[in-house]
Design a protein around this ligand. Structure first.
Ligand code: GLN
Length: 533
């Protein structure tokens, strides 16, 4: 039978609940346990797929093609778990399923209520995740902040879980903020007391408090939190700001958070000191020998979270190559007008990530042209590949005004709508999503990078390379080096005679890990380092 850990957040949002959950997954997995991590999102959208990146940040795509919360990216990067549609629930999904059951008459005339019908549906989904994953421990992160109206059904369901499963099988962790007040010259525990008080009103008594702080907490502060919040002193875990998120598992490990959880569950597990992680990830990320600047050219640049997996995958490429990656975030719209050589001065690699809509496209195309002509390593991802195709069409093949039909009606639609997309009406969950096979051409750059000829990568797009232009492009020096075997769709393009010009229709960033950087990012950073030296 699985055990369950519920993780709630208090005081403010953005405390790093996802990273805390992933880190707890890491320290438990290192003890030989199989973990699965879930995110419960209180919003009414069925999934984040149709949300604006400014509202939600990155949409993380799983192998099975679910569009999910970006915290699932942390879960997959920190642990060896693979997530699926069972790992992310939203209020929208829960209500959708309850209402459609009601319409079918499944409730036999009962009045449908939040308790028990909505909470039952939530619990069913959590148990389903345990069943599908066969995890020893299911870690359930509840989105939002305690006190929000919209997360109440999730909190109520997690309270009931202890009653259903027995207290030995359920564990509650509350992540809170202990702020330092400059004028008073001390840290304040009151917000934490209030937040725990609110949880207790709901009927949840936390077993552990993780306190986010700027600095370490003194013993007397921990004692005070322990007393006022009714949590054992050793279960008051401090989580000070760190240089790298990958240090967090070590911070928890040092305070024996794994032991505290295991002894509650009465589990005896093999020992682990996380030395591999410390040596292979943390030490390398904190103290690299080299440094290289890589430009990420996107239109959601101001928002830290919009390209989360891309930034992390670049860091992973850096870890592999013993290099610190200075990421220069460039707003593609600003490139429409500005002097490109000035903006890209000192940049040794150009990455153009995915995206939707015409805004900022011309700036991306300009940057790709600059990278192509000046032999700067270039990695294009999804929309980044489509922009590289448009640039090549216009400036090498002489197809003036070539474009994607996503943006403009054009004489040369070098990127056009997937056949299967033409008849679709709904926006939600209807893109080409999830892992698909890709056959790699022998002797191509891609085959050298991957070292194999059949790969599976995750997708999220509606448009594709228009195969009508295949011959022309190849005759002008573009190698179409990755093709979907069933449909003949172009998945990878590269350029002859350029040290590293590669673009892919899929999203390699979703499969990169700190201790196992994705092939494309490893090689991209290596080439960027070569360019810099
Ligand atoms: N907008 C493009 C498409 O739908 C690219 C999508 C993406 O970059 N994820 O095909």
């Amino acid at each position: 039978m699985s055990k369950y850990i519920f993780i709630t957040g208090g005081v403010i949002s953005s405390l790093g609940k996802g990273i805390a959950s992933a880190s707890i997954g890491k320290i438990l997995e290192s003890r030989g346990l199989k973990v699965s991590l879930m995110k419960l999102d209180p919003y009414i959208n069925v999934d984040p797929g149709t949300m604006n990146p400014y509202q939600h940040g990155e949409v993380y795509v799983t192998e099975d093609g679910s569009e999910t919360d970006l915290d699932l990216g942390h879960y997959e990067r920190f642990t060896n778990t693979l997530s699926s549609k069972f790992n992310n629930i939203t209020t929208g999904q829960i209500y959708n399923s309850v209402i459609s059951r009601e319409r079918k008459g499944d409730y036999l005339g009962k009045t449908i209520q939040v308790i028990p019908h909505i909470t039952d549906a939530i619990k069913e989904r959590i148990r389903k995740c345990a069943e599908v994953s066969k995890a020893d421990i299911v870690i359930v992160e509840i989105g939002g902040t305690v006190g929000d109206i919209e997360s109440l059904p999730f909190l109520e369901a997690s309270r009931q879980f202890k009653l259903d499963m027995g207290s030995d099988n359920v564990f509650y962790i509350h992540l809170t903020l202990v702020p330092y007040i400059k004028a008073a010259g001390e840290v304040k525990t009151k917000p934490t007391q209030h937040s725990v008080g609110t949880l207790r009103e709901i009927g949840i008594i936390p077993d552990v408090l993780i306190c986010r702080t700027e600095e370490s907490l003194t013993d007397s502060v921990k004692e005070k939190i322990s007393l006022f919040c009714n949590v054992k002193k050793e279960a008051v875990i401090e989580s000070p700001d760190m240089d790298s998120i990958y240090q967090v598992p070590l911070v928890f490990k040092k305070q024996i958070l794994d032991e505290i959880i295991l002894s509650h569950f009465k589990l005896i597990c093999k020992f682990s000191d996380l030395k591999d992680w410390e040596r292979g990830v943390v030490n390398r990320v904190l103290d690299p020998k080299n440094k290289v600047t890589i430009a990420v050219i996107g239109k959601y640049i101001e928002l830290q979270d919009a390209y989360k997996s891309i930034y992390e995958a670049l860091i992973h490429g850096g870890i592999h190559n013993d290099a610190r990656i200075e990421i220069k975030r460039i707003d593609s719209e600003s490139l429409d007008k500005g002097k490109i050589d000035k903006v890209l001065e000192g940049v040794s690699g150009i990455l153009v990530p995915g995206g939707f809509g015409y805004r900022g496209i011309e700036g991306k195309i300009k940057a790709i042209k600059f990278g192509r002509q000046n032999k700067i390593p270039f990695l294009g991802i999804c929309l980044g590949m489509q922009c590289a195709v448009i640039e090549f069409a216009r400036n090498v093949c002489g197809l003036a005004g070539a474009n994607s039909t996503e943006f403009k009606q054009t004489k040369y639609p070098v990127i056009s709508l997937l056949q299967e997309q033409k008849k679709l009406k709904d926006l939600g969950g209807t893109m080409r999503l999830g892992a698909y096979p890709c056959r790699i051409k022998k002797n191509s750059l891609a085959s050298k990078i991957y070292g194999k000829t059949l790969i599976y990568e995750r997708h999220r797009h509606r448009y594709e390379f228009n195969n009508k232009y295949k011959k022309l492009f190849e005759s002008k020096g573009m190698v179409l080096s990755g093709i979907n075997p069933g449909k003949g769709l172009v998945e990878i393009i590269e350029l002859k005679g350029h040290p590293y010009f590669i673009a892919v229709q899929f999203h390699p960033e979703f499969k990169s890990k700190p201790d196992k950087a994705h092939f494309l990012f490893k090689e991209f950073v290596r080439k960027a380092l070569e360019k810099a030296s």
